[in-house]
Structures are given as structure tokens and as C-alpha cells.
Design a protein around this ligand. Structure first.
Ligand code: CP
Length: 469
């Protein structure tokens, strides 16, 4: 099996079978690290880190050196022509001619997808804003497998900044796919974004029991727990009785506690950070004495700040330095596979296909313009060539998901291009929560963020829109 010329932008790009392939090759790399120096001889990796990094950048570079390849790098946007207004697409085309593979970290959500779309060589997302960090997830899963032999059936508590933590988003998708149960334990105001929750529940078919849906007595015992994602493999009977199922869940404890720091660099103001810091949960020896965490591995993508006590470092259940160290063999395996210098045979029965949903697309550049100011498609240099593109992921209510940052948007008004483009005198728009959301074919759907936008484009309110005013 070859994975040559593929890119890894989100966890959706690898099937579970392929992840297992990466792990088995990582084992091979780990066992004979000093025998890999000709695997990528003659290959060049471009290492582009436009946000701070210690582990991801240096473990990728160490991995490439261990494989006998070479590294070219840029670690400061100000020292590249992006600072002169060059687009990511042009940069990608150029670097794709200089290197055989590109590893990129960038603050814009969806930046790695743009680079992958234009580079013509494999691209690895080393973190794009708050969106995803798939290679961190690979080494997190690798650690879980090494320590617990399986991921299926494990219970993992995700702790801290679930809102901005890109490692959390990638890990939640992967855990759900591998059949783990996830406890979401955010710091106050740092709950998992709705679009991540929706993807978890619609694409991986588990059930989400939300804290707010539980009765008061159960709630008191649970805080701070926001929700539990229950994998479909969990007993159906349990998932039918939410309060009871959550109490049983908590009694049996979790297999791992995945701690994250407050992502201050993603907050709009320093004052916002100060407020959140005050209430940010801290994991220390006292906290871990609770029954729920008795057997739990303590994991963290690092860097840590104040949320994880140094007194835990000597505990054999503390995994965070092991996780970081395992980044080298895992990234060696990934580089060798994507560069096509290693091919792996897979047992015949293994399903290697990447599960992808075929959603219809919305490609008009109106109605959904300001969906996320941190999305790559919203940036001045990139707007010149990126046409906004959204997956129509739901009809009732109508929900569009950006193909770059995966933020979701519920349009307020809709119309059909089929009926109106020059064929009828009367161009009508409707409420997105009317039956028209179901009726209009995806290929004809046009959406508006407001009535004034619809009217600026020459549409008139339908009878029902007028009635609601
Ligand atoms: N875990 C992680 O991404 O660390 P760095 O930011 O140091 O790369």
C-alpha cells in the first residue's frame, strides 16, 4: 500500500487503517532509529512555522534528519514574502518546486488546506489556528495504544481549553472514530465549539449527553463536566437513560485525562485572558486523588503553563514527556509514507478507505461572507483567489460548513437561482426555517445573511417573510 503524495490536513484525511499503518511503521522506526538514515536520502522537507513551536517543528526536523533527508525552513512570516502581501497559494506553488514535502503551522484556520491545494507536493498541517493539529493526535493515539493496547472502549477526559485547543478538536474526532467515550471537561467559558460537537454526533454516530440536559441532583455531582460523547459501541440501554448512564460512567473512572493550557494567543484581549485564567482548572496530586482519576494516564500536548503541577512529573502515569518523545518516530513514519519511500503491506481485511461524507456544496460568495474572521478565506491576501465554499451539512435547520475552517453558519434567508435567474419577473426570498429549505435543490440554493442583502440582490420578500415582520 502506498500513501505517497497524500496530504494530512485534518484527521479526515487518514482512515483508521492508515493510522494503524503509521503506528506499525513508527514502532519499526523506534526499534532501529539509527538504521533509517537512507530512507529519505535526497528528499527535502520545507518546515514553515509561522507560529511558535518547540515540539512539532523540532521533532519534524529531527525526524527528517534521522531519515537522511534535508530540511529548509522559514519560522517568521516577517522574513518571507508573505510580509510583502504574497498569497499563501503563490508561496505554496514556489515552495512546492523547492521541496518534496511541506510541513506548515499558520495562525489562519484552513491555511494548511490552501497550501495543500496549491503546492503540488504532500502537505502536513502542523496546526492551523484553532482548527486542527492532526500529527499531535497521531502521537497522542500512539501513546494511548502503547500504554493501553487499544483505543476502542477507552474513556478519555478532555480538560481545559476545549474551545480554542486545536489538539482537542483533532483528538476528539479521532477518539470518536476509534470507538472511545469522551468526557468533555472545559474551563468555564471554554466549551467545545458547536461545530465540533455537531461533526462528532453527525459523522461518528455517537450520542452526546449534555450537562444542561441532566437533572439537578446529578448535575451537582458532576461539575465541571460539560458533556459526554458516548460511542455507538456502548450499551444501547445505558444511552437511553442519560442521568443513570452518566453516573455509571463516572463511577468507573477514566483511562486518561488529557489536560490542555489556556490558549491565550487565541483570545481577543488580555483582559479576557485574565478573567479566564482566574477560573482555569489546575490538575495536581490533590485533584487526581479523586476516584475518577485513580487509574488515569495524565496526558498533555505541552507546552504547559500553570494548569498541570510539576509535582506530577515523577508519577509513572504522567505521559506528557513520553508523548513528546514519541513525536519523532511517529513523524518519521508519516514522512516516509507520504514521501513514498516506505510502503506497507496491510492484512487483506483491513479497511483503508477514508470515510468521507459527500455533502453538496454551496459556492456563491455572498450570504456567508463573515462566518469566521480567522478563516483563511476571509483574509485580504487570500480573498483574491479563494472562492468561499461550504458543505451543506444539514437541511432542517439549514447549516453550511466552511470547507477551510469548518465553522458552521445558519443562513437566515434563502432563494432558488433556478426559478429566478432571468426566468421570472418576481424573485422571492424565503426564511431559511420555512419548508423552502427542504424544497430548493442544493445546486440551486442561494443564501442571504440578512433581508437587506437579499433585497440588494434584487429579491423581494415572500408572503411568509412579510407576514413575520
Ligand atoms: N504540542 C505542540 O504542538 O507543541 P509545540 O507548540 O511546541 O509544537
Amino acid at each position: 500500500m502506498t500513501m505517497a503524495n497524500r496530504s494530512l490536513v485534518t484527521m479526515d484525511d487518514l482512515s483508521n487503517g492508515e493510522i494503524e499503518v503509521v503506528f506499525s511503521l513508527a514502532n519499526e522506526m523506534l526499534e532501529s532509529m539509527d538504521k533509517q538514515s537512507s530512507v529519505c536520502q535526497g528528499k527535502i522537507m520545507a518546515s514553515l512555522f509561522f507560529e511558535p513551536s518547540t515540539r512539532t517543528r523540532l521533532s519534524f526536523e529531527a525526524a527528517m534528519h534521522r531519515l537522511g533527508g534535508s530540511v529548509i525552513s522559514a519560522v517568521d512570516i516577517g522574513a518571507t514574502s508573505l510580509a510583502k502581501g504574497e498569497s499563501l497559494a503563490d508561496m505554496a506553488r514556489i515552495i512546492g518546486d523547492y521541496a518534496d514535502i511541506i510541513v506548515i503551522r499558520h495562525p489562519w484556520e484552513g491555511a494548511a488546506k490552501v497550501v495543500a491545494d496549491y503546492a503540488g507536493v504532500s502537505v502536513i498541517n502542523a496546526g492551523d489556528g484553532s482548527h486542527e493539529h492532526p500529527t499531535q493526535t497521531l502521537l497522542d493515539l500512539y501513546t494511548l495504544k502503547k500504554e493501553r493496547q487499544t483505543i476502542e472502549g477507552l474513556k478519555i477526559a478532555l480538560w481545559g481549553d476545549l474551545k480554542h485547543g486545536r489538539t482537542i478538536h483533532s483528538l476528539a474526532y479521532a477518539l470518536a472514530r476509534f470507538g472511545a467515550t469522551i468526557h468533555f471537561r472545559p474551563g468555564p467559558g471554554l466549551e467545545l465549539p458547536e461545530h465540533v460537537i455537531r461533526k462528532l454526533t453527525t459523522e461518528f454516530e455517537g450520542i452526546l449527553e449534555r450537562y444542561n440536559d441532566l437533572n439537578g441532583t446529578v448535575k451537582e455531582k458532576l461539575f465541571p463536566l460539560d458533556a459526554i460523547y458516548i460511542t455507538p459501541s456502548t450499551s444501547h440501554q445505558l444511552t437511553n437513560i442519560p442521568d443513570v448512564s452518566i453516573q455509571i460512567e463516572l463511577k468507573t473512572g477514566v483511562d486518561a485525562l488529557y489536560v490542555t493550557r489556556l490558549q491565550t494567543e487565541r483570545l481577543s484581549t488580555e483582559a479576557e485572558g485574565e478573567g479566564l485564567k482566574e477560573d482555569y482548572p489546575v490538575v495536581d496530586k490533590k485533584f487526581l486523588k479523586g476516584k475518577e482519576f485513580k487509574e488515569a494516564l495524565v496526558m498533555h500536548p505541552l507546552p504547559r503553563v500553570d494548569e498541570l503541577a510539576y509535582e506530577l512529573d515523577a508519577d509513572p502515569k504522567s505521559m506528557y514527556f513520553k508523548q513528546a518523545a514519541r513525536g519523532v518516530p511517529v513523524r518519521m513514519a508519516l514522512l516516509a509514507l507520504l514521501l513514498g519511500t516506505k510502503e506497507v503491506s496491510v492484512p487483506g481485511e483491513e479497511d483503508l478507505s477514508v470515510p468521507k461524507r459527500d455533502y453538496p456544496l454551496y459556492r456563491h460568495d455572498f450570504g456567508v461572507i463573515d462566518h469566521n474572521p480567522k478563516c483563511v478565506s476571509q483574509q485580504g491576501t487570500e480573498k483574491r483567489y479563494i472562492k468561499p465554499e461550504f458543505k451543506i451539512v444539514n437541511r432542517e435547520p439549514l447549516i453550511l460548513r466552511c470547507v477551510y475552517c469548518e465553522h458552521e453558519f445558519e443562513p437566515k434567508y434563502i432563494a432558488s437561482s433556478d426559478w429566478h435567474e432571468g426566468r421570472l419577473d418576481s424573485k422571492k426570498y424565503h426564511s431559511a426555517d420555512s419548508h423552502w429549505a427542504r424544497k430548493i435543490k442544493s445546486e440551486n440554493l442561494i443564501v442571504f445573511g440578512s433581508e437587506s442583502e437579499a433585497e440588494t440582490r434584487g429579491f423581494k420578500p415572500s408572503h411568509y417573510v412579510r407576514k413575520r415582520r
